[in-house]
Ligand binder design. Sequence first.
Ligand code: GAL
Length: 480
Amino acid sequence: MAVLKQLPVDAFPRDFAWGAATAAYQIEGGWDMDGKGPSIWDTFCHAKGRVFKDQTGDVACNSYQLWEEDLKCIQQLGLTHYRLSFSWSRLLPDGTTNYVNPKGVTYYNKVINDLIANAVMPMITLNHFDLPQALENRGGWKSPEIVEFFDSYAKFCFETFGDRVKLWITVNEPYVCAKLGYEDGLHAPGLKEPGTSVYLVGHNMLRAHTRAWHSYDTHFRHLQGGKVSIGLNSDWAEPLDPDCPEDVAATQRYMDFILGWFACPVFCTGDYPESMKSRIQAKSLQFGFSEGPRLPEFSENELSPLGTADFFALNYYTSRKVKDTSSHPSELSFTGDQGAEGVTDPSWPVCGVSWLAVVPEGLHKLLNYIKETCNNPAIYITENGFSQIGPVELEDTDRCQFYQNTLQEVSKAIRDDGVDVRGYFAWSLLDNFEWADGFSVRFGLFHLDFSKVELKRTIYRSGREYAAVISRHRTKLEKT
Ligand code: GAL
């Protein structure tokens, strides 16, 4: 029996966005084709010992050459929206507008035009982890210069594609990029600089986003009428022991250090959460760190991040129970500053990767939390998914159940709690290059056989059932 068919579609608004998401480095391949410049992910993967079995995104799903196969997948699902990212260095090989790669422009024009011809609305992420290597060589996200480079790139994209693209995300998951790339060294550029660079990188991403949002607002909005946001990921967190005040406080810190870090400046106060400011300062004192504030301050002379999002772009995957670790001995580090540890509840199933405990009701709670703490924004769930590790079944019933439960929770948030959810993007359209896990972890609604050059796309049962939900929703609309 198809589980997703039981989903009541009534709760979803008429113009609900039914989407799927991908990112350039994870699907495109063609890493050095037609004038593309290298990105930090090309460099990271080409160095040995970084990624599962030293796999790379050199070819990935070869979407650069097989875009039309992706389009067929999108049509088969009946998506109303498709979220993809631009490869910055495919458009601007050295990261700057000094030279524009015409073949990159042609590629994305074709993708966008084909989507629109099929009544699928594109949502474009300007930077999904793959910073141009040429800019990394000039200091990358750690350098304040990056704000100018990003703004020029964003303006170039608005100018070139904004007549057709109406939904933009500036930076995807600044938390993940800063934490895994500069604190833990697990993602590109692979730096391990605990307790310092992570905040600087996050700050510059926020400043870059702010500049780009203002550029859109000033120069493009009145002509193009689109919307711009920043892609924020968050776990949902609850205290391990709800009766322990330290765990309760640690849970708030856990949320503040992941979601509040960016949501608070953009949606609430224009500044970082108090818990971050006070903990980081106290820890700096404790460690005798005297090279200036580790958490940068927002300057009065700069544009404020407050109000720089036209919707809330949320990536949700998992939940945690949180215990207080604020008095545990630690090195100078992000985790030490946070003073909180998230663990999984033994009752939660884990899918594929150990970090991904499957907790659909966590999304429901998180949606309510965002409604309450971020001034009831319009929310797009821009990523959410369920992974499998090989050997995988095309009859992926667990994943079908996951989508059923998740969409049920989203429908409850809309119907029962009045959360303004505008859309849902499954991660991911295709099995793809899952960063440091290479091709071992599969999130796709379509299966790919990475051992064969054809890279044939085959729909999973979860893809068929997701398509059935979308089609039922559309049919219902036609009748009313
Ligand atoms: C997100 C990321 C995606 C995808 C997903 C699944 O953090 O934005 O690119 O890989 O995680 O792990």
